[in-house]
Design a protein around this ligand. Structure first.
Ligand code: HEM
Length: 130
């Protein structure tokens, strides 16, 4: 049965299940594997704290989400796949306010990341002009 995201264990399950899908995905799996190599566990631990902070209001994440994405080879199609897998995971296992909010929050961040990436790439490509 689908349940609310209300405990740390729920967050761990959400993150583990989502990144299992990510790791197997033909488009975005390789992007993660190339960056993370054997650091998957560290990444998962960071993501537990990130979603624990966003969804449960327990402030265990103190990082800055965007910088690690700055030099990743990711474009609109990668973000769309990321969001599809995330939504799939949420609707398979969860329901309720936090599940809905998780998707809205991820969609918002995906938009921001893409805008920031676009600006960073534009700035880089005009470096040689000035
Ligand atoms: C194409 C889509 C994406 C890819 C390929 C991607 C990939 C990655 C990778 C490889 C890392 C680990 C970086 C490192 O430790 O060196 C990371 C970290 C992270 N990602 Fe993404 N990501 C994507 C989209 C998103 C979205 C939409 C969110 C919004 C929830 C997000 C949130 C985060 C956060 C919070 C971290 C941890 C940053 C830190 O170290 O403090 N990512 N991502």
């Amino acid at each position: 049965m689908r349940k609310a995201i209300s405990t740390y264990e729920d967050v761990v399950f959400l993150v583990d299940t989502f990144y299992e899908k990510v790791a197997l995905d033909d488009l975005i799996g390789p992007v993660f594997t190339e960056r993370l190599h054997d650091k998957w566990e560290t990444h998962l631990n960071t993501m537990y704290t990130f979603w624990q902070t966003v969804l449960l209001g327990e402030r265990t994440y103190e990082g800055r989400p965007f910088p690690p994405h700055l030099d990743l080879p990711v474009y609109e199609m990668h973000f769309l796949r990321w969001l599809t897998l995330f939504e799939e995971t949420l609707t398979e296992y969860f329901q309720g306010e936090n599940a809905e909010y998780a998707l809205v929050h991820a969609q918002r961040m995906a938009k921001q990341f893409q805008l920031k990436l676009k600006m960073a790439r534009l700035a880089k490509s005009s470096d040689h002009i000035s």
